[in-house]
Structure formats: C-alpha cells, structure tokens
Design a protein around this ligand. Structure first.
Ligand SMILES: O=P(O)(O)O[C@H]1O[C@H](CO)[C@@H](O)[C@H]1O
Ligand SMILES: O=c1cc[nH]c(=O)[nH]1
Length: 289
C-alpha cells in the first residue's frame, strides 16, 4: 500500500520531515541522547564523521569508529519526541521513499540511549551508571498503539495496585530492554535497574519550586514498589517510549543512565560533564570492541 503524503511526510530534498535525514544517512547502530549538545560530545570520539545534519532539536552525526558505522542523534526531551524519532528512524530503515511502500526486508536497528537521570533509591550514588532492565512509562504513549503483545502487563498492573493509581492520570505501561544487547553492557561499572519514565521534570517528578505536586507521595510509592525481585531505581523522561516502540517496530534497544541527582539524599553531581563523558567513552568501547 502506498503511503499518502500526509502520512509519510518528506521534505523537498526527500528527507524525512522532522529528522531531515535520508535513508543512507543513518547507520544501523544508533545512539540517542536527549541534549543536542551531547551529539558532538559523542561524535568527537569517532575516527571520521561523514554526515552532520539537523532540524529543530534533532541533531545527527554519522561516522566511523574502529571500522564500525555509528549514528548519534539527539531526541530532545520527552516521549512525544521519542514517538517522532523512533517512527522516523524506522521509516528511514524500512520504507522505500521512492515507492512510498514498506520494504520487504526488515532492517533491525540497534538503539542505545545515553541519558541523564535521577535516582530514587538512597544507595544509588550520583555519578554512577545504570542500565534500565525494564522501564515503566507514565506518559501513556504506548497506549496509542496496539502494544499489548510487547508490554509487561503484570508489572504495570502490580504498580497500579501498589500505588492505588489515580485514573485521572494515564495508565502506566512497562517494557523490557533487549536482553541480548544488555549482555554486551553488563559490567561491574553499571548496575541494572527499573526506570520510571515520567512526563515532566518538576511536579511529575515530585519537585516543588512554586507549584506543589498533587500527589506529594508519588516518589515514595515508586521507590517502595516491589515486583518479584524488581524495584524502581530512577526517573527520566524517554526510556519506556524507546523500549515499547523499539519492540513494536522490531528493533533492539537499551538505555544507559548517568545518575546526576539522588532525590532521597538531595544530592546532585558536582561534575555532570565528566560523568557523562565517562559513560560515553565506555559505551563506545563496548559498541566497537
Ligand atoms: O539528559 P537527557 O538524555 O535529556 O535525559 C534526561 O534529562 C532531561 C531532563 O533534564 C530528560 O530528557 C531526561 O530524560
Ligand atoms: O532528576 C532528574 C535528572 C535527570 N533527568 C531527569 O529526568 N530527572
């Protein structure tokens, strides 16, 4: 079936609408970062850079490191942006832009998020690293897709029972990382955790500047939740969307978190750039070794 111009939206140069990229511009191994300035902080370690393109908050560099082609792209903040980035990356890999039809051969992308995050367990120090084994989304994005087969329904349901969930808010959904990719990154330097993906940084993450969150106990409910041997470890704003959409689209994803804040001890990293640089270097090493 041919996709209409209102569905597969291409720019005048046949690049995809928001990302401004053409199919040949991306590698099959893609690092996503939230902050557009972090794109250069990753690609400065490439041996060569062949593509530098961007539009809005979506900046992309593609290059080679140790003979491996890598793309790094910024997503901006939040799962609404993740919906755009994941769908457009998938279109670049799996849709024929001339025929406007789906390709017969499916290309599976490897997606690695390198992001910042806040811990909600006291034993997780700032400047440490965490791989999200599971992510629980509080933004509702995956409920707009026929996503039931890829979601971890028991985890989401157990959390709703535990927290006596207020149904004015979107229903939580849970998704797993790609275990095969996770194995590449498991090491003494990175703990495994369950990440809560929250649709906001202030009230939704229990921060109080001039406005008071409606449910001031939400972070405590997140932190005290237990399901089998799992507990929620940290808060950020993209991982559950990446995991859920990657599974639906047939891609592999993992999310690596640089813990900058600890919300229980009230601490924040004294040198976030240094911590992030350490995580970037170790990630590139694992991806290209
Ligand atoms: O550092 P990034 O990758 O943007 O990730 C985290 O930081 C942002 C909030 O400051 C949110 O996007 C959150 O997920
Ligand atoms: O506390 C934090 C730190 C980084 N990113 C978040 O979303 N929350």
């Amino acid at each position: 079936m041919r996709l209409e111009p209102s569905e597969l939206i291409l720019n005048a140069d046949s690049s995809i609408y928001h990302l401004n990229l053409q199919p040949e511009d991306i590698a099959h191994t893609i690092i996503t970062v939230g902050d557009p300035d972090r794109v250069g902080a990753v690609s400065k370690y490439f041996d060569s850079i062949e593509i530098k393109k961007g539009k809005r908050e979506f900046r992309t560099h593609t290059g080679l490191l140790n003979g491996k082609r890598l793309t790094v792209i910024s997503t901006g903040i939040g799962t609404d942006n993740i919906d755009i980035v994941l769908n457009e990356l998938d279109a670049l890999a799996n849709i024929d832009f001339d025929q406007k039809t789906k390709n017969e051969n499916h290309i599976r992308l490897q997606i690695i998020r390198i992001g910042t995050s806040g811990a909600i367990q006291p034993e997780i120090p700032v400047d440490s690293f965490l791989l999200s084994e599971y992510a629980i989304g509080f933004d509702g994005l995956l409920h707009f897709y026929d996503s039931e087969p890829v979601l971890e329904k028991k985890i989401a349901e157990a959390f709703m029972r535990h927290s006596d969930w207020n149904h004015e808010k979107a229903h939580p959904y849970a998704a797993q990382c790609d275990p095969e990719m996770a194995r590449i990154f498991v090491s003494n330097h990175i703990r495994l955790g369950v990440t809560a993906t929250i649709p906001g940084f202030y009230g939704p993450q229990g921060r109080k500047l001039r406005l008071t969150p409606k449910d001031g106990g939400l972070n405590s409910k997140l932190a005290s939740f237990r399901h089998e041997n799992l507990k929620i470890t940290n808060l950020e704003m993209e991982t559950a969307g990446i995991y859920g959409l990657s599974k639906l689209l047939g891609h592999q994803a993992i999310s690596l978190n640089c813990i900058l804040a600890n919300r229980v001890t009230g601490t924040f990293s004294k040198n976030p750039e240094k911590s992030m640089d350490t995580l970037i270097k170790s990630t590139l090493e694992k991806l290209t070794q």
